[in-house]
Ligand binder design. Structure first.
Ligand code: MG
Length: 316
């Protein structure tokens, strides 16, 4: 399977569109201006001026336009795995070009709100499209951008979103399941859900939150433990767009849940675990009683005690 990406001027884009007039498809991905399908090639033009030729006929179809634009072409390589990194689960050197199921979680450091875990599949053919949609490491992104990209993403790629509500989280935690184990259980589950949705994949990449041995230890006793072709890396959202996409969807879901909880209790719930969180939690206790935090916060955080103290003091 070959793929050629050109960047062309609006007038050339129009010419190309005209040429494929009889092959135009009415299914258009977000950000695109046209999609045409011939028997050997799919041609997608984007608002940004990028045009993508995919399929066995890609090079032949792109050739007439090559002099009109800046080209970057690549032949999908047969992936022979060469491991780089420091453990046996380090991803192969060519991971960023492969078709990957990536997984990541959000909400683990926030007192308020659930934990959200997402596994998402990105086929190597979709990598240029995802870049067009703005998918990248989301660390610096503000919520509105996360929301916009996520809404496009969830229509574009197969994924599984698991939300661990606070009541359930607190119950598990009380029974001795630590947060690392909760993460491992949900990652393992979300990955399986995506595996069932896709035809095939080259690798699974987990944004590393524990050493691989520890991760697999957490999963002992589970009926299915996904281990084959599983790789771990820290900052994995920089390594493959599947993890970046998973992270964006997980953050989107977290933001939506925080919104929903906030509306339910008529407060704006702060993120993180700082002083603003203590104050908001204290107000909730004063208004709704001691039990309230169990519904919308992670009780084992130190914020619980601090909030209780603040609430008690102002009651006197
Ligand atoms: Mg992570």
């Amino acid at each position: 399977m070959s793929q050629v990406v050109l960047t062309v001027s609006p007038s050339i884009m129009n010419e190309i569109k005209k040429k494929y007039n009889s092959h135009l498809s009415d299914k258009q991905p977000p950000g695109s201006v046209f999609v045409a399908k011939t028997s050997t090639c799919t041609i997608t033009g984007y608002k940004s001026g990028k045009i993508m030729f995919q399929g066995a006929g890609a090079e032949g179809e792109a050739r007439p336009w090559q002099s009109s634009g800046t080209a970057s072409s690549k032949k999908a390589t047969n992936s022979k795995k060469k491991t780089v990194g420091n453990h046996q689960y380090s991803p192969p050197g060519n991971i960023s070009t492969l078709s990957v199921i990536g997984s990541d979680e959000v909400g683990t450091g926030d007192f308020f709100g659930p934990m959200t875990v997402v596994a998402a599949y990105v086929d190597q053919k979709q990598i240029p499209l995802l870049k067009e949609l703005g998918v990248r490491d989301s660390k610096g992104m503000k919520d509105p951008e996360i929301i916009e990209i996520a809404r496009n993403l969830i229509k574009t790629i197969p994924y599984s979103l698991l939300i661990l509500p606070n009541e359930k989280y607190n119950n598990m935690q009380k029974k001795g399941t630590n947060q690392g184990k909760m993460k491992a259980l949900l990652h393992n589950q979300a990955i399986q859900n995506v595996m069932r949705k896709v035809q095939g994949y080259d690798a699974i990449l987990i944004d590393q939150f524990a050493k691989p041995e520890v991760y697999f230890n957490y999963l002992k006793g589970q009926s299915t433990i996904v281990k084959e072709n599983v790789y771990f890396a820290t900052k994995a959202e920089e390594i493959h767009l599947a993890v970046a996409a998973a992270s964006i969807i997980a953050r989107y879901s977290f933001v939506m849940e925080m919104d929903r909880l906030g509306k339910e209790y008529n407060v704006k719930l702060p993120k993180g675990a700082g002083a603003a969180v203590d104050i908001a939690a204290a107000k909730l206790i004063q208004k709704h009683g001691d039990q309230i935090l169990g519904n919308l916060a992670k009780l084992h955080f130190a914020n619980s005690l601090k909030a209780q103290k603040i609430a008690d003091q102002s009651r006197r």
